[in-house]
Design a protein around this ligand. Structure first.
Ligand code: ADP
Ligand code: MG
Length: 588
């Protein structure tokens, strides 16, 4: 084929692919422009996860009518003049690409009026071409409307994630910018619902509650650190509060949200000895350093930066985080020593009191570890088939022997010894009581209804799970923005904390888990049961242990928890005899 210059439209679409990858990237570019325009108020309106409509209005400085065609032209910017400027960028934008890129893959309309002017102007762009331009009176500031995003790039449309994921991404983005810029009042409306609103009074704690919910926000530790001209501020989770993924680790560098694997691993190092493998902290940290010390022109979407002295930044960040962790060492929540992971003495910091930093691991992980190690140990043995683990099937009547390590129940049956994981077993029992019932679930009204406040994502998931919850005896209703009121729970759970109970429905969802559409009732109930089951490490009295055995005996599938992990290990008489060498002796 002959070499040819690409037509302008083709070239713009290629470039647009780098800058606007998904609806959330459009929101990002528009919000960043509004921040650069010194807005005090930014309103974001989204329809259909941004595919139908993204509208961002601000009360910033506005764009001069005669500049509008330039604003939508490629490489046109008011933020940079000469190449040298690139090394001390103070604004979020500088590439002059966003509006041109967005305009080439959507129907774009800009309405703007500058401060002190009586009239503004409007410009419309369709698939990269200006189709209309006219003077128009409007409010001071700028309103940018993006309709039918990617209408002319069907391939891109196909790559979009499910609408719920895109919606979450947009919410995650806006809430984090609201936290980074607490002096700006943000308001996000998705499909006519107010998802979040920040007061714009400069108080980060208030925004924090909107993002993470009041309870979590209260627990977060504040980081306030300054050294060698670098400031590190923000919030991190205490070691008792962990997540199963890194999604809640966010960094801002000079007011810009960036992704940086090295920064993330530096943060994880600061937590290293305190967290179980596979558990991650929540953190949102704002790093401020001289503009000359960071290169922001690394990535078309400006999502990455390069530090002039990366090691210095990493070690300062670790110091900042460790200091905050130490200043707020949490009080241990329960006692059995067996669950405590001692902090190794080689730990980089000296703890005032080792006791204080003991870990409370997720009992499930412990179970997983221990059950596999037992099984792995046995696989090599010739008698391995005797570790009876039938995935289903009834169990015989069991006689209680006792509790071991505050975690396992030992019982004897006609066919040998049973080692039962109390947490997994209780999960199973609760689950079957909820699911395999034949009449309506008895419910208990709360003397005092309880209200809970959730982050917007979680609130939406919970909102959509309400009918299922109601079916299972929870009376929960929406009660204002991202707030719910619980007025009754199934009698089975009357001893539980109702807020924790309902929260367990929406905790720890992964980005791509579709909690609603794909989530069966069973999964919601399984989550609740997991949360409500007795934990490993909890001492049970004899009656409780016996009760658990009786309940387990009546289960349809007593041998696994609702998540499929084993509830018990069976050491058969046969196995015991062989292991002790009795089998041979007898037959002789
Ligand atoms: P960049 O932000 O990199 O300069 P953009 O394509 O995002 O490039 O925007 C082009 C120009 O349009 C900006 O430099 C700015 O002058 C103007 N502009 C865009 N959005 C706004 C806004 N919300 N308020 C005022 N001016 C804006
Ligand atoms: Mg911009």
């Amino acid at each position: 084929m002959k070499i040819q210059l690409l037509a302008d439209e083709v070239a713009s679409q290629i470039a647009a692919g780098e800058v606007v990858e998904r609806p959330a990237s459009v929101v990002k570019e528009l919000v960043e422009n509004a921040i650069d325009a010194h807005a005090h108020r930014i309103d974001i309106r989204i329809q259909e996860a941004g595919q139908r409509l993204i509208e961002v209005s601000d009360d910033g400085v506005g764009i001069a009518a005669e500049d509008l065609p330039l604003a939508v032209a490629r490489h046109a910017t008011s933020k940079l003049r000469i190449a040298e400027d690139l090394f001390h960028i103070q604004t979020l934008g500088f590439r002059g690409e966003a509006l041109a890129s967005i305009g080439s893959v959507s129907h774009l309309t800009i309405l703007s009026q500058m401060q002190g002017m009586d009239i503004g102007a409007r410009i419309s762009v369709d698939g990269g071409r200006i189709v209309e331009q006219s003077p128009l009176g409007t409010a001071q500031g700028t309103q940018i409307t993006v309709e039918d995003l990617f209408y002319n790039t069907p391939a891109r449309l196909k790559f979009l994630k499910k609408p719920i994921t895109e919606k979450q991404q947009i919410t995650a983005f806006v809430t984090r910018y609201a936290l980074a810029y607490p002096e700006i009042a943000f308001r996000l409306v998705q499909d006519d619902q107010v998802e979040m609103q920040s007061p714009g009074n400069g108080d980060r704690r208030e925004v924090l509650a909107q993002i993470y919910g009041v309870t979590t926000a209260k627990q977060l530790l504040e980081v306030e650190f300054e050294d060698q001209g670098i400031s590190i501020q923000g919030f991190i989770s205490p070691i008792s509060m962990t997540r199963s993924n890194r999604k809640e680790i966010t960094f801002f560098v000079n007011g810009r949200w960036i992704q940086d694997i090295a920064l993330t691993s530096a943060l994880l190092k600061a937590y290293q000895t305190y967290l179980m493998v596979g558990r991650y902290p929540t953190a949102i940290l704002f790093i401020t350093l001289p503009a000359e010390d960071v290169d922001v022109n690394v990535h078309p979407a400006k999502a990455e930066v390069r530090f002039r002295e990366p090691d210095k930044i990493f070690s300062l960040m670790q110091r900042a985080v460790k200091r905050a962790l130490l200043a707020f060492s949490p009080v241990p929540q329960f006692s059995p020593n067996i669950w405590r992971t001692a902090v190794p003495s080689s730990s980089p910091i000296n703890l005032p009191d080792q006791q204080e930093l003991n870990l409370i691991p997720d009992p499930l992980e412990k179970i997983e570890e221990s059950s596999t190690s037992v099984e792995a140990g046995q696989v090599a043995e010739p008698a391995s088939e005797n570790i009876l683990f039938r995935p289903s099937g009834e169990i015989p009547i069991l006689r209680l022997v006792g509790q071991v390590g505050a975690t396992y129940i030992v019982a004897e049956g006609p066919d040998g010894l049973y080692l039962i994981d109390q947490h997994a077993a209780h999960e199973r029992v609760l689950y079957e009581k909820m699911i395999n019932r034949h009449e309506a679930i008895p419910i208990q009204n709360l003397l005092q209804p309880v209200t809970i406040n959730l982050p917007p994502d979680a609130a939406r998931i919970l909102g959509e799970s309400l009918p299922i919850l109601q079916h299972y005896g929870f009376i929960v209703e929406e009660f204002g923005l991202n707030t719910f009121r619980i007025s009754a729970v199934p009698s089975l759970f009357i001893m539980a904390d109702p807020a924790a109970l309902v929260r367990s429905v929406v905790e720890d969802f992964e980005e791509d888990e579709t909690p609603l559409k794909g989530m069966l009732e069973e999964r919601i109930i399984a989550r609740i049961c997991k949360r409500m089951a007795v934990k490993g490490g909890q001492i049970l009295d004899t009656e409780e242990q016996k009760g658990l055995l009786r309940d387990l005996e009546t289960c349809v599938s007593p041998r696994t928890c609702p998540h499929g992990r084993p509830t018990m290990i069976h050491l058969s008489v046969d196995l015991l005899e062989r292991q002790f060498g009795r089998r041979g002796a007898r037959s002789m």
